[in-house]
Design a protein. Structure first.
Length: 423
C-alpha cells in the first residue's frame, strides 16, 4: 500500500509542478518575444533615422557602413533597405553579409511600423522619413534562437527541480498519509483475518492519541461482543447436540439394558445385510429368548425381572466381539448381529458361549436361581440374502430350539434345523 500511495503522490505532485514549469516557460517565452519586439521596434526606428539622409541620396556605401556598424548587435539575422520606389538597395544577413541588385526581392512601402512573428525569426519593418517625407523603408529580422534556448533552459531547469521537489514532497506526503491511515490499515488487515479465519478473538492495534483511534476501539468492542455471542452460540449448539444425542439414545436404546432397541435393531440389520451382500461376506443373526422368564416376574416381582434382564445383557455383551451388536427387541428377547464371521461353525461356537453365559447360576435376594435361554441362528447370505427372509429363518430356528428342548441353540439349515443342546 505504501508503494502505491507514493506513486500516486509522486504522479500528482509531478503533474502539478511540471504543469507550472510549462506555464512558466510559456509565459517567459511570451515576455521574451514581447521584449524582443519592443527592442527591435526601437532598433528599427533608430536605424531609420540614421539612414534617412544616406537613403535620400541613394548612397549605398554610406548605407553599408551604417548597417555594418548596426550588425554587431546580438541576435540580428538580416537588415534590408528599400528606396522610395520600394526597390532594394542594400541587404545584409549574418551568413553572406551584403547583397545588392536584382538578387533581392522587391517590397512595398509602408506608412507605419509593422512587426511579424515567424517560427524562426521576428521581423520589424518601419518607414524611413526624411524631412517628413517617406524616402524608403528598412526591415530588420532577429533570430528567435536565443529565446528558444532560454525557454528550453527554463524547462530543463524546471524539470530537474520539479523532479527533485516531487520526490521529496511525495515521500513526505506518503509518510504523513501512512501515519494518518495507520489505524485504517490495521483495521483492514484485522478484518481480513477475521473473515478468512473466522477467529473472533482477534483485535486490531490501538493507536493512542491518533484522531482515528476511536474506529479501532469501536471495532474491538464489536469483536468482543461477537466473540461472546459466538461463544454462547457454540455452547448452545453443543448443548443442543448433546441433547439430540441423548434423545437419539433414548429413542434408539432400551432404558433398562442400555442396548439398542427394536427400532434401531432393524436399522443396524439393514446395514449389515447390505454390507454382507456388497462385500461378499458372511454375517449371522441370533435371536436369544429367556426360558420361563414370566415365572421369575411372578415369583420375585418385576424389579427382580429387570435385574435379571440387566445381568443377562451384561453377560451376553461380555461374550460378543467388539464388531457384534446386541439388541433388546422384546421383553425377554435379545438379538445379536454378527457381521464378518468366517463360517457358520464360528456362529455356533459363539452361540455355545452365549448359552453358557446365560446358564451360569445367579443369586437373587439370597436365593440361587437358574436362568436358561434358547438361541436361533441364521446366516446371510447362506440362509437368506434378504432381510425379511433372514428374520423369518432366524425366528424359525428359535422356535425350533424352544419346541424341541429348551436351553438349546439351533442353526437354520433349510427344512432341517441343526439342533444342539447345552449340557
Amino acid at each position: 500500500m505504501a508503494k502505491k500511495i507514493w506513486q500516486e503522490n509522486f504522479a500528482s505532485v509531478a503533474l502539478a509542478l511540471f504543469s507550472s514549469v510549462l506555464l512558466l516557460a510559456l509565459f517567459s517565452m511570451y515576455l521574451g518575444q514581447k521584449n524582443l519586439r519592443q527592442e527591435n521596434l526601437y532598433r528599427a526606428e533608430a536605424l531609420a533615422s540614421h539612414l534617412a539622409a544616406s537613403l535620400n541620396n541613394n548612397d549605398s556605401q554610406a548605407l553599408e557602413a551604417i548597417i555594418l556598424k548596426e550588425s554587431s548587435s546580438p541576435g540580428l539575422s538580416s537588415i534590408s533597405v528599400y528606396d522610395k520606389n520600394a526597390r532594394p538597395l542594400v541587404a545584409w544577413n549574418a551568413l553572406s553579409q551584403f547583397e545588392t541588385g536584382n538578387a533581392l526581392p522587391e517590397s512595398e512601402l509602408i506608412a507605419h511600423t509593422q512587426s511579424k512573428l515567424q517560427i524562426t525569426q521576428l521581423s520589424v519593418s518601419t518607414p524611413v522619413l526624411y524631412q517628413a517625407e517617406i524616402v524608403g523603408k528598412i526591415q530588420i529580422s532577429t533570430s528567435l534562437r536565443s529565446l528558444y534556448l532560454q525557454t528550453l533552459l527554463i524547462l530543463l531547469s524546471g524539470l530537474l527541480a520539479g523532479t527533485t521537489i516531487s520526490l521529496a514532497c511525495s515521500r513526505h506526503l506518503t509518510l504523513v498519509q501512512l501515519y494518518r491511515l495507520a489505524p485504517l490499515a490495521d483495521l483492514a488487515e484485522t478484518s481480513h483475518q477475521v473473515a478468512t479465519l473466522n477467529d473472533y478473538s482477534l483485535r486490531t492495534t490501538q493507536h493512542d492519541g491518533h484522531e482515528l483511534n476511536h474506529l479501532n476501539q469501536h471495532f474491538n468492542q464489536i469483536m468482543e461482543g461477537i466473540q461472546h455471542w459466538e461463544s454462547d452460540r457454540q455452547s448452545e449448539q453443543r448443548e443442543r447436540q448433546e441433547a439430540e444425542r441423548r434423545l437419539d439414545i433414548l429413542s434408539n436404546h432400551d432404558g433398562l439394558t442400555k442396548l439398542p432397541n427394536r427400532k434401531y435393531f432393524h436399522h443396524l440389520l439393514t446395514q449389515c445385510v447390505a454390507d454382507a451382500r456388497e462385500n461378499g461376506e458372511l454375517a449371522a443373526l441370533m435371536f436369544i429368548d429367556l426360558d420361563n422368564f414370566k415365572s421369575f416376574n411372578e415369583q420375585f416381582g418385576y424389579d427382580a425381572g429387570d435385574l435379571i434382564l440387566a445381568t443377562i445383557a451384561n453377560r451376553l455383551s461380555g461374550v460378543l466381539r467388539n464388531t457384534d451388536t446386541l439388541c433388546r427387541v422384546d421383553g425377554d428377547e435379545f438379538a445379536a448381529i454378527l457381521p464378518q464371521i468366517e463360517s457358520k461353525e464360528m456362529a455356533l461356537a459363539l452361540a455355545e458361549r452365549l448359552s453358557y453365559a446365560i446358564n451360569r447360576p445367579m443369586t437373587l435376594r439370597g436365593k440361587r436361581i437358574a436362568v436358561s435361554g434358547s438361541i436361533g441362528i441364521a446366516c446371510c447370505p447362506l440362509d437368506a440374502s434378504e432381510q425379511r427372509v433372514l428374520l423369518r429363518n432366524t425366528d424359525l430356528a428359535l422356535k425350533q430350539a424352544k419346541a424341541v428342548l429348551k436351553h438349546k441353540y439351533v442353526c437354520y439349515s433349510g427344512h432341517t434345523p441343526v439342533l444342539t443342546s447345552v449340557a
